[in-house]
Design a protein around this ligand. Structure first.
Ligand SMILES: *Cc1c(COP(=O)(O)O)cnc(C)c1O
Length: 426
C-alpha cells in the first residue's frame, strides 16, 4: 500500500484534503530551506493568524485602555467564554465542563486540591513510571503536602521486562490490586516518552469501580487524538496549548471537570475572584460562591495575549475538525512507521497498534549516544532527543511527531531517507 519513493510521497500530498493548511503556518528555515519540523509534540508552529490576533488586542489596549474590558470584538471581561465552544468540542465535553486558564502544572495542582483528598486508608496515587518530570514533582509534593511519604503514596506503573509500553490488562490488574487504598489515578493520555495512548475509558471505569478519582494529563493528547471526555467520564483533565495546539510558548492551559462535580459548590478548591459567581463578582462581598462548572476553578482574569493566540489556533482546529485530522494523522504516521521499520530497520518503541498511539513515534538509537540525532539536526530535521528514562538503560530516543496540520508525506519521506543515510555513516 505504501511505496518508498519521493514521487509516491508527493502524490499522497497532492491528494491530501488537508494540504492547504500547511500554508497557514510559518515553517522555520535551515540554511535557506524549510526544515523538516517534527517537533509539534513539544512546540507547535506559529499559525499566520496569530500575529493579527495579537495586534488586534494591542490596538484595543492602545486605543481603549480599560474600556477594552467591555468593548471590541472580544471584550476582555468575558474572554474565557470565547474559548469555550471550541475547547469543549476539541475534548468532547460540554461547554460548562471546560475552561482555559493559567498553565498546565498550576492547574494540575489546583485540581488535585479538589480531587486528591487522601484519608489514612485511601491515599495512593497511581501514575506512569517515568512520567513527565513536572507531573512527578506535582505528585510527590502533593503527597507530602498531605503528610504522606511519596514512596508510600505513589504507585508507579512500569512495562513488563523487555517491553516498552504498558499493557491495559496490567494497568487494570494494578488498579484492582490497590483497590480501596487508591485515591487517585493520574495518567498522561499519551505518554510523552513512548507515545503510547492509553485506553482512557476503560481505565476510568476501572478506577471508579474501586472508588478512586481519575484524572488525565492530556498535554500530548489534545489536538492529537479525538477525545470524548464527557462520555468517558474521568473526574478531571488538564492540558497545555503550546504542543499540538500551536498556541505559542507558555500558552494557556485548559481544564475539564466532569459535570457531576461542577454542580457541587461544596467541593474543596482554592478560590479566586474569576471563579466567583459572575452575577455578584463585582459586589466584592465576603464569602466565595463558585460559578457552576469548570469556570468555578478560575482564579484570575484571563491572560489576554496568550488567550488571543490560543483563540487564533483553536479557530483552525475548529475548521478542520479532529476526525479529519486523525484520518490524515493515521496515514502519515503509518507511512513513517512503514518507512522506518521496513525500509530502514530501526526500532520504534511506540505501539504498533494505531489505536494505541497518536502521531508521535519514538525511535531507539542503535548506538548509546546521540550521533544519529545530531546528524539529523545538521540536515535540517527538527526532532527531539530524550535520554533513556529507565534506571540502568543506555542511550536514548528520538521523538518525532508528523502532525497532520502542517507536515507532509514528503517531510516524512525525507526524514526516513535521512535516518537511513545517518545510520550508514555512523
Ligand atoms: C509539556 C508537559 C508539561 C509542561 O507543563 P507546564 O506547566 O506547561 O510547563 C507537563 N506535563 C506533561 C505530561 C507535559 O507533556
Amino acid at each position: 500500500m505504501f511505496q518508498n519513493s519521493l514521487s509516491f510521497a508527493q502524490a499522497q500530498d497532492a491528494s491530501d484534503p488537508l494540504k492547504k493548511y500547511r500554508a497557514d503556518f510559518y515553517i522555520p528555515k535551515h540554511e535557506g530551506k524549510e526544515v523538516i519540523y517534527l517537533c509539534g509534540n513539544s512546540l507547535g508552529l506559529q499559525p499566520k493568524s496569530v500575529g493579527p490576533a495579537l495586534e488586534h488586542e494591542l490596538a484595543q489596549w492602545r486605543d481603549e485602555g480599560v474600556e477594552g474590558h467591555f468593548r471590541g470584538k472580544y471584550p476582555w471581561m468575558y474572554y474565557h467564554r470565547f474559548l469555550l465552544p471550541q475547547s469543549a468540542k476539541l475534548v468532547g465535553a460540554k461547554e460548562s465542563e471546560v475552561v482555559v486558564m493559567n498553565t498546565l502544572t498550576t492547574n494540575l495542582h489546583l485540581l488535585m486540591i479538589s480531587f486528591y483528598r487522601p484519608t489514612s486508608t485511601r491515599f495512593k496515587i497511581l501514575m506512569e513510571g517515568g512520567a513527565f518530570p513536572s507531573d512527578q514533582y506535582a505528585m510527590e509534593t502533593q503527597a507530602k503536602f498531605h503528610g504522606f511519604a511519596p514512596e508510600d503514596a505513589i504507585v508507579e506503573l512500569f512495562p513488563r521486562k523487555g517491553e516498552h509500553t504498558l499493557r491495559t490488562a496490567d494497568i487494570l490488574e494494578r488498579i484492582q490490586a490497590e483497590g480501596d487504598q487508591l485515591a487517585l489515578i493520574m495518567l498522561g493520555g499519551v505518554n510523552y516518552y513512548t507515545g503510547q495512548f492509553f485506553d482512557l475509558k476503560t481505565i476510568t471505569e476501572a478506577g471508579h469501580r474501586v472508588g478512586a478519582k481519575v484524572g488525565f494529563d492530556l498535554a500530548h493528547t489534545v489536538g492529537n487524538l479525538p477525545l470524548h471526555l464527557h462520555e468517558w467520564g474521568p473526574d478531571f483533565a488538564v492540558w497545555c496549548s503550546y504542543k499540538y495546539l500551536n498556541s505559542g510558548p507558555g500558552g494557556p492551559s485548559g481544564i475539564f471537570v466532569h459535570e457531576r462535580h461542577g454542580k457541587n459548590p461544596e467541593l474543596q478548591r482554592f478560590g479566586g475572584w474569576w471563579g466567583h459567581d459572575e452575577s455578584s463578582r463585582f459586589e466584592m462581598r465576603k464569602g466565595f460562591i463558585p460559578m457552576e462548572g469548570a469556570a468555578g476553578w478560575q482564579l484570575s482574569n484571563a491572560q489576554i495575549f496568550s488567550c488571543a493566540a490560543h483563540k487564533a489556533s483553536l479557530d483552525i482546529f475548529d475548521e478542520v475538525g479532529m476526525e479529519a485530522l486523525r484520518a490524515k494523522s493515521l496515514r502519515l504516521t503509518a507511512y513513517m512507521e512503514w518507512l522506518l521499520r521496513d525500509m530502514v530497520g530501526i526500532q520504534v518503541i511506540t505501539p504498533t497498534d494505531p489505536k494505541a498511539r497518536g502521531c508521535q513515534l519514538s525511535i531507539v538509537t542503535a548506538s548509546p549516544d546521540r550521533r544519529l540525532f545530531d546528524f539529523l539536526s545538521a540536515n535540517g530535521v527538527v526532532a527531539d532527543w530524550r535520554e533513556a528514562n529507565k534506571p540502568g538503560e543506555q542511550g536514548g530516543i528520538i521523538r518525532v511527531a508528523p502532525v497532520p496540520l502542517y507536515n507532509s508525506f514528503e517531510d516524512v519521506w525525507h526524514f526516513a531517507r535521512l535516518v537511513k543515510e545517518g545510520l550508514a555513516v555512523m
